[in-house]
Design a protein around this ligand. Sequence first.
Ligand code: MLT
Length: 258
Amino acid sequence: MKLDFEEHGSGFPVVLLHAFPLSRQMWKPQIASLATQNIRLILPDLYGFGGTGIEGDISRLEEMAADIGALIDRLGIKQAVIGGLSMGGYVTFNLYRLRPELFRAMILCDTNSAADTQEKRENRFKLIENVIENGTQALIDNMLPNLTGSFTKANNKDLTAKLTRMFAETDPLAAIAALRGMAERSDHTYLLPEIEVPTLLIFGEEDELTDLKIAEGMHEKIKDSRLSVIKDAGHYSNLEQPEQFDQAVVSFIREIIG
Ligand code: MLT
């Protein structure tokens, strides 16, 4: 499927893949600070989110990854820094497995190489039932409270309101299809020692969904990796603390590309 996307700036290509149930809009705070740093920032929408259509009732992460590869090819790009946050990270692992030659470096934010446990899978199916019944309100009620950190909850009501709006705008069918895709995703932990490119791990200190234990486990297994812990941020580290997040990305890219 052809993915909708936007791009900003010129320089070395950096592709960032968004989280569930958001869209490329989640990278808005990054545009001004990254696209002025000799970076060509490419922001695709994954299946059913933002401007990209949906195909069928399950959005497979492997197929999304193949389409990201096709988009990079179409743009005439041989190598890029490729990364994603949470679901975007799950797609990044799939893309590295399918097309490692496209990676100059990797950025993994608030994500996990492991597949869902049986319990998590069962919870996803319950959430699907809930979305069928109540639409995206089910996501707002059941997911959102566990995503942002305590600092954001106490000090950034605007972001909470914005995330609530973004969740509400999600197409319920796209959310259901992506939940099914995440529930059946493969475990990519075996791939971590095979990652040959410099890798930056960025995790919110207060992330409860993909916590620092997960981050440290991946950091140990990926040879050329560094871990940047974002203070006063939960799962949405780029939105909760954009300055710290952008600084981590820019200094990594300077280190890798010069
Ligand atoms: C995300 O932030 O992309 C999702 O919460 C990931 C997930 O549900 O596993």
